[in-house]
Design a protein around this ligand. Structure first.
Ligand code: FPP
Length: 250
């Protein structure tokens, strides 16, 4: 099935969709299962959604897999999540490469377990030539941290002179959204209504879709519905509606 949606982004056509994959733990608890079972089911959901995103022509998909705040979870759960992440990369890399998907991890790399870092490096290298879906997986990611680091780098490039805001802004835009573009549609599963330090700069004009569906239950139809919902919204980017522009301001 093809879905028509207005192309809103620059560069290669298609949307940048970002997803907060929340609800794995509650999904498991409701079934009397350990949280790890929820994360395992969450990986399966991620596989389905990556495939569907590719099928319907999404340009860039950013998945929030592990936030910098997630280090506060019990070590056994953190260990399990990274084990599953490696399993995901092991299972998926060849398939992603064959589909022309380019995988990229965003977030800090200096704190993640070495085996996971190596798996990420290998998956990125294997898929680097992909010109189809750009799949970004956010790992040890904090948007505030990413913005702060981009600002520090931009300032340090200016040498002695402190940059003016109008100089800094394009540098930040390039550093944060240069390759992926800004987010068009942000989806959060799991019933909560917040951004949780995810892509704060890039989501400035994103359409937000919140669903009560727990992430492990999130399927192709849910993605299709969110994209359709996106297509039904009028994006104004701070201007007046098209009808008012034709009639003139009164
Ligand atoms: C949210 O559920 C999930 C996480 C914080 C991390 C785990 C994510 C996955 C296993 C999917 C990974 C996907 C890829 C592409 C590697 P939660 O534990 O916060 O759920 P809860 O709010 O119900 O406790």
């Amino acid at each position: 099935m093809g879905i028509n949606f207005a192309v809103q982004s620059e560069g290669r056509p298609g949307l940048h969709v970002a997803i907060i994959m929340d609800g794995n733990g509650r999904w498991a608890a409701r079934r009397g299962l350990p949280r790890a079972a929820g994360h395992r089911a969450g990986i399966m959901a991620a596989r389905r959604i990556v495939e569907r995103a590719d099928e319907i022509g999404i340009r860039c998909l950013t998945l929030y897999a592990f936030s910098s705040d997630n280090w506060q979870r019990p070590p056994s759960e953190v260990e399990r999540i990274f084990w599953l992440l490696r399993a995901f990369l092991r299972l998926e890399t060849a398939r992603l490469r064959d589909r022309g998907t380019r995988l990229e991890a965003i977030g800090r790399r200096d704190r993640i377990p070495e085996a996971a870092r190596i798996a990420i490096d290998l998956a990125e290298a294997a898929t680097t030539a992909g010109r189809g879906l750009h799949l970004r997986v956010a790992i040890d990611y904090s948007s505030r941290d990413a913005i702060t680091r981009a600002a520090c780098e931009a300032v340090s490039r200016c040498g002695e002179t402190f940059p003016r805001p109008e100089q800094l802004r394009p540098s930040l835009m390039r550093a944060l959204a240069g390759d992926s573009g800004e987010v068009d549609l942000l989806i959060r599963a799991g019933g909560e209504h917040r951004l949780s330090d995810f892509l704060l700069w890039e989501c400035a004009y994103a359409e937000l879709v919140f669903t009560d569906r727990m992430w492990p239950d999130f399927g192709a139809k849910d993605l299709d519905r969110a994209v359709e919902e996106f297509g039904s919204r009028e994006r104004r980017f701070g201007t007046v509606p098209a009808s008012a522009a034709v009639g003139g301001a009164r």
